[in-house]
Design a binder for this molecule. Structure first.
Ligand code: IMP
Length: 427
């Protein structure tokens, strides 16, 4: 039995799409367990680029069972569009199943997301406006509508009518915005119900059966540790649990079933949206990283803020996820930057702190403590083993491992599937 959870070790956008795609070749089942269409996983297959938002990356290999777990919030409009787009490119999506327990994103979730962001003014979170927060609010308030409700139209209509009454009142009284029309949403969602009906299933049972039968299962996290509702930089976080524990809840498996937790870490740090970011680089090296690393949001196109590798964050990620290994991505983007810097701690109030603080006020006042290390000039995109890498590059990796306290298992030196160095097999 092998159950591997793959999580982002930073603020999302670590290049998880490429690593999941790599691991999905050996996995037999791939499961998304949280988040929704706020995620954007870019995967290169040969020269073809795929941008996936909801469908697990395993779909790009024929015949893999791909599950959208109960912890995901599903926007059926995005899902149907994504399925159509994949079909147009000759990808068979018949092996996808969607949890009947997953919650649906409705048009008013997106409207409320935008309205609430506007109301926050300067204190904006910088959400993707995909309706994620409001959908999880409904879930915890126990007014959510689930994917399984699409199978019982009377149930769906009743819940939607009840919710709309409250939502429309809120939009009018708090946000001064027009409300939503029941029949229009019913018409739109009837189409999705017809389309998605054959894919709706008890994915909890499917994944547990797969584990019982010794199948290799990959749990594909979206976003990252610092966007986790509890372990991230609250309130500048998403509304789900990207950390490894989220896989148990969001897929419906027990913690005893997980064998390995792989943290995906980019060779530098990026962040989209608001919030403190101690190792941020505001000068020209930040621009170089953004351009060389193509650091623009997959979902929103927003430029990402760029910074040096921050090992305070990595140690936090190692702890809260129980990381057993790291997948280091975009190492090639650092080529030509010399010297490099690694953040080893924060200076706060005359002291050096090495643990990631909970308080944003503290984090805002933290100054990064850097260690300078030599960079390299050689093109590393054709490297296929550690021995192919320049000495300075190997030292950078070793130092990262030491400071994070976790060994590197995989290294990505380019976006293509074959541009991967395997230090230790994950499956
Ligand atoms: P939300 O998930 O749309 O509510 O956005 C909340 C925060 O999470 C914002 O700072 C977003 O930029 C960030 N976020 C959400 N999804 C992703 C992602 O896939 N990558 C990076 N940041 C994300």
């Amino acid at each position: 039995m092998a159950a591997v959870v793959l999580v982002g070790a930073q603020w999302g956008d670590e290049g998880k799409g490429k690593i999941t795609d790599y691991l999905a070749e050996k996995a037999e089942v791939v499961v998304r367990y949280q988040g929704g269409s706020n995620a954007g996983h870019t995967v290169m297959v040969g020269e073809q680029e795929f941008k996936l938002h909801l469908v697990p990356s395993g779909i790009l290999y024929p015949g893999k069972l791909c599950l959208i777990g109960n912890g995901v919030v599903v926007d059926p409009a995005v899902l149907v569009q994504e399925l159509d787009g994949l079909a147009e490119r000759g990808i068979d999506t018949s092996s996808l199943r969607i949890s009947d327990r997953a919650h649906l994103i409705l048009p008013y979730h997106k409207g409320l997301d935008a309205a609430e962001e506007e109301r926050r003014g300067q204190a904006q979170i910088g959400t993707t406006k995909r309706g994620i927060g409001p959908a999880y609010v409904d879930k915890t308030a126990r007014t959510g509508i689930r994917v399984g409700d699409l199978l019982d139209w009377e149930e769906f209509r009743g819940k939607l009518a009840r919710n709309l009454a409250a939502v429309n009142e809120m939009l009018a009284k708090i946000y001064d915005r027009p409300g939503y029309v029941l029949e229009a949403i019913l018409d739109e969602y009837a189409g999705y119900a017809r389309r998605l009906r054959p894919l709706i299933a008890d994915t909890v049972h499917l994944v547990n059966e797969a584990l019982k039968n010794g199948r290799r299962v990959l749990f594909e996290g979206a976003q990252g540790t610092l966007l986790d509702l509890d372990q991230g930089t609250y309130p500048f976080v998403t509304s789900s649990y990207p950390t490894a524990g989220g896989a148990c809840i969001g897929a419906g498996i027990g913690p005893t079933k997980i064998n390995k937790v792989l943290g995906v870490v980019k060779a530098y740090t990026t962040r989209v949206g608001g919030g403190p970011f101690p190792a941020e680089i505001t000068g020209s090296i930040g621009d170089t990283l953004r351009e060389q690393g193509r650091e623009y949001g997959t979902t929103t196109g927003r430029p990402r803020r760029c910074g040096w590798l921050d090992t305070v964050i990595l140690r936090h990620a190692a702890e809260v996820n129980g990381l057993t290994g790291l997948a280091l991505t975009k190492l090639d983007v650092l080529t030509g930057i010399d010297p490099l810097r690694i953040c080893t701690g924060y200076r706060y109030g005359g002291e050096i702190i090495r643990d990631f603080p909970a308080s944003l006020k503290v984090l805002q006042q933290c100054e990064p403590v850097y260690e300078e290390v030599p960079g390299w000039q050689e093109d590393i995109t054709a490297a296929r083993s550690l021995a192919d890498l320049p000495a300075a590059c190997r030292s950078y990796i070793r130092r990262l491992e030491e400071l994070a306290g976790v060994p590197v298992h995989l290294i990505a030196v380019g976006p293509r599937r074959d541009q991967t160095i395997v230090v230790e097999d994950v499956f």
